[in-house]
Design a protein around this ligand. Structure first.
Ligand SMILES: *Cc1c(COP(=O)(O)O)cnc(C)c1O
Length: 297
């Protein structure tokens, strides 16, 4: 895919009383702003898969996801842009009223198949799909080509001054790219958005292969009950962060990551003088599923 949208990426230096008090710098790499739909890391993760599909003459891309999957809609939009057909294999029954995410995927011409949770667990393809002619991307874009694309996230700014790089983790594909692209003096910290998903460490290591002499860790303490689960304390943090810094976050990924980062700074887990680069990986459209008034932005 072209690098069409990359010029828009900015780095926001957060001004916040806690950061002043603890003498920590936090900058946010706004890859959420690169495209209204193929938001944030999804663009980077899809880049080499779609290139591979085109190179090998596939006309159709298929991938897997849930009803609210950012990856599904990003794949639909990216395929549409490239003139490829797209298929979304969706977990569970078709709801009478499709989610906003799936409606958007349909608007990009994606064909949707709904399969049972059992079949989904086995990644069973619906019989209508011609495996010979369809380029398959795994759920969440997990895989080496996804990580390769994500490693380019750190090429969007001069990352050398930073001591730490923080991101939210779903499949660890983005984190693998960040670890690969990080410098020897940097630590990459991934905040898991799922409850006790300790499969993440082996998943990450598999993508890193010979590259895992880097300094990184996955933190499991800020899941707020599990994937897409939330608590009032998460929303008050997100609102407070927005009112102090102007930074909007999403409740599934970046809100949890920044909550975790600020909590660790509060607990003096970062030495004074640390410079942190936090990746705003996108997902803001997911906030539309919250009751109105929950968030002030
Ligand atoms: C999908 C997504 C992630 C998770 O990325 P992985 O590569 O699956 O770990 C993080 N943030 C946002 C906003 C996402 O949409």
């Amino acid at each position: 895919m072209s690098d069409l949208f990359y010029e828009k990426i900015t780095t926001d230096n957060l001004s916040h009383p806690l950061l002043q008090e603890k003498e920590i710098e936090v900058s946010v790499l706004r890859i959420d702003q690169i495209h209204p739909v193929i938001s944030g890391n999804k663009w980077f993760k899809l880049k080499y898969y779609s290139e591979d599909a085109v190179k090998n003459n596939f006309k159709t891309i298929a991938t897997f996801g849930g009803t609210y999957s950012n990856h599904i809609v990003a794949t639909a939009a990216a395929s549409n842009l490239l003139g490829l057909k797209s298929i979304g294999i969706i977990r569970g029954e078709r709801a009478a009223q499709l989610s906003h995410t799936l409606q958007e995927a349909l608007s990009f011409g994606m064909q949707l198949f709904f399969i049972s949770r059992e079949d989904y667990a086995e990644k069973k393809l619906p019989p209508e799909i011609d495996i010979q002619k369809t380029y398959l991307i795994s759920e969440g874009g997990y895989g080496v080509l996804g990580a390769k694309g994500a490693s380019e996230i750190l090429k969007q700014t001069d990352v050398s001054p930073y001591t730490h790089i923080c991101c939210a983790c779903g499949t660890t594909t983005m984190m693998a790219g960040l670890v690969t692209g990080s410098l020897p003096h940097q630590q990459v910290i991934g905040f898991s958005v799922m409850k006790n998903n300790f499969d993440l460490e082996p998943s990450l290591e598999k993508l890193l292969q010979e590259n895992n002499n880097h300094n990184y860790q996955i933190v499991h303490d800020y899941h707020f009950g599990g994937y897409a689960k939330h608590k009032p304390s998460l929303f008050s943090f997100m609102n407070d962060l927005y009112s102090k810094t102007g930074l909007p976050t999403d409740f599934v990924y970046t809100g949890k990551m920044l909550f975790g980062l600020f909590d660790k700074i509060e607990k003096n887990e970062f030495a004074p003088g640390s410079k942190v680069l936090a990746i705003h990986s996108g997902g803001l459209q997911g906030n539309a599923s919250l009751a109105s008034g929950t968030l002030i932005f």
